[in-house]
Design a protein around this ligand. Structure first.
Ligand code: ADP
Ligand code: MG
Length: 259
């Protein structure tokens, strides 16, 4: 059947700044696609257009063949595209469990935390949701922290909580914006294991990432953006050897015997 998510010819400008230039890409079921590129190359804008935060100037985004452009972020989330943010956006005064349960809410109703917390569900329903939320919390490695207040968690754990909250929306496609930012090497390994598990379960993951060890370890394919345009696409090995990508992003480096 091919791609779960198909991005075709996306363009987006902000005033005189061209953030996306005719970008096309596809992600298949159970694939981890990494998006890399210098700061300002349009990576977050791409996620913002896919999730309906911005409407593109041109082009389209299809999920399972269905056009997403024109839908609201909440509608797109309900269709099956969930995300995390480059700058963590948790409900910081709520507990870990409440944050994840707010993610579940998107499956049924677009709305705010207040609506969720005020809504009347049967006890059994509530118990099922809570059990599932606890499973997700355990899955991302936060078991035992269900009742911790989000802002009390160390940074890396807040990032994992954001992933749990996104998973609570039961997405087909998970979009991660620099999930390893601020993590130490041990935490990055934990994140890598989590992403592998999600892939094995058939989830499609699109991950913006600067930590090349993580990209190398987990990405099936890599797309490279520069000045809003896709300049390369391929396996990590192909990308790593691509002169244009080295020039634009990876850097030339120098060996012990370099001139
Ligand atoms: P990246 O995530 O690759 O660092 P972004 O997508 O955040 O890049 O930004 C791409 C370009 O678009 C940058 O020049 C940025 O300043 C600009 N940009 C992004 N969002 C906005 C916005 N809401 N208003 C104006 N310019 C924006
Ligand atoms: Mg960004």
């Amino acid at each position: 059947m091919g791609a779960v998510l198909e991005v075709r010819g996306l363009s987006k400008s902000f005033g005189g700044i061209v953030a996306l230039r005719d970008v096309s890409l596809e992600a298949e079921e159970g694939e981890v696609l990494a998006i890399i590129g210098p700061n300002g190359s349009g990576k977050t804008t791409l996620l913002n257009v896919i999730t309906g935060v911005y409407r593109p100037d041109g082009g389209g985004v299809r999920l399972g063949g269905e056009q997403l452009v024109g839908l609201s972020p909440a509608q797109i989330c309900i269709k099956g595209v969930a995300r995390t943010f480059q700058n963590i956006r948790l409900f910081k005064r709520l507990t870990v469990l409440d944050n994840v349960m707010i993610g579940q809410h998107h499956r049924f109703n677009a709305g705010t935390a207040r609506i969720l917390l005020a809504s009347r569900r049967s006890r059994r329903e509530e118990a099922n949701f809570a059990r599932e939320a606890r499973e997700l919390i355990a899955k991302v490695g936060l078991a035992g922290l269900e009742h911790a207040v989000a802002q009390s968690l160390p940074y890396a754990k807040q990032r994992l909580l954001e992933i749990a909250r996104a998973l609570a929306a039961a997405p087909k496609v998970l979009l991660l914006d620099e999930p390893a930012a601020g993590m130490n090497s041990e935490e990055i390994v934990q994140l890598e294991v989590l992403v592998r598990t999600l892939r094995e379960e058939g989830l499609t993951v699109i991950m913006i990432e600067h930590v090349m060890d993580l990209v190398r370890g987990v990405a099936d394919r890599v797309v490279v953006l520069n000045y809003g345009a896709k300049i390369a696409e391929g396996s990590f090995a192909e990308i790593e050897a691509n002169p244009e990508v080295i020039e634009a992003y990876l850097g030339k480096g120098a060996g012990p015997c370099s001139a």
